[in-house]
Write a protein that binds this ligand. Structure first.
Ligand code: GLU
Length: 281
């Protein structure tokens, strides 16, 4: 039986792209009488607006996508800390004090999340005071883990290539844990067997697979779905005018019809589905 999840960050209202993602996750679990979970990913520092979580719940109810809510990320900080302590004890993470602009100036390569960290702090004696971030020593980590693969239900078996990210940040300055660490730990803790999310996060799964190997976590299957894009090929976004589900809900639209349309992928509004799309910051 499948356990899937929808894991929105309460940084802004949900729009049709989120409804599509939630529908895919819901239907994937429903396909074998599994369970569809909602997890609020609310550790994004000042960008997190806790009041939006209630809107998300109301949106899912309106869409008629029944879910079971699991513990929000803000209440799981101890597990993130334990995992970071383990990685530290294994000598796999190191403190870094570089600023974004220093990294941009020194970087010679770009990865899926932007400039690849040039390793400036790798062998520097940095005092791990508050305000430093902790990075994964990718070379050591991949050496230790050895070759890994993972399976995407739509694209088949993938050789894990976490090195395309370089030394990713696992512990942030402005939030307790990075998305990579928190989401990987939570999916394991929640018993998620199929990780569904947009194809814009496909590459992130290379890093998550590595973290699973390092931390001895179970390995799920992934399902990276197509992403809703505007006529210009860019991902639907609230700031480019994608209407919030909450507004449509309040305006009296029928959420069930919205999902029916998404299931049929019948768009008469210039919106279509793309296999891949650049992830915007
Ligand atoms: N909180 C992430 C987001 O809203 C979800 C990523 C995931 O599903 O793994 O982009």
């Amino acid at each position: 039986m499948t356990t899937s999840r929808f894991a929105p960050s309460p940084n802004g209202p949900l729009h049709l792209g989120h409804a599509y993602s939630a529908m895919i996750a819901h239907d994937r679990a429903a396909s074998d009488s599994g369970e569809f979970l909602l997890r609020i990913e609310d550790i994004d520092g000042t960008r997190s607006k806790p009041e939006l979580a209630d809107e998300f719940r109301a949106d899912l109810d309106w869409l008629r996508l029944p879910y079971r809510e699991v513990t929000p990320q803000s209440q799981r900080l101890a597990s993130y800390r334990d995992a970071a302590d383990n990685l530290r004890a294994m000598g796999l993470i190191y403190p870094c004090r570089c600023t974004r602009s220093q990294i941009a100036a020194a970087a010679t390569r770009t990865g899926p999340d932007g400039p690849i960290y040039p390793g400036t702090c790798l062998n520097r004696p940095i005092v791990p005071e508050p305000g430093v971030v902790w990075r994964l020593d990718m070379e050591q980590a991949t050496d230790l883990a050895g070759p890994l693969d993972w399976t995407d239900e739509r694209r088949g078996v993938q050789q894990a290539r976490p090195e395309i990210f370089g030394d990713v940040v696992l512990w942030r300055r402005d939030a307790p844990a990075s998305y990579h660490l928190a989401a990987t730990l939570d999916d394991a803790a929640d018993g998620v067997s199929v990780v569904t999310r947009g194809a814009d996060l496909f590459a992130a799964s290379h890093v998550h697979r590595l973290l699973q190997a390092l931390l001895g976590l179970p390995v799920p299957v992934w399902h990276h779905h197509r992403v809703l894009v505007e006529a210009d090929g860019r991902k639907l976004a609230k700031r480019r005018g994608a209407p919030a589900l909450a507004d449509r809900r309040r305006a009296g639209e029928d959420g069930r019809a919205v999902v029916a349309e998404l299931r049929a992928a019948l768009f008469d509004t210039g919106i279509s589905l793309a296999e891949t799309v650049d992830r915007e910051a």
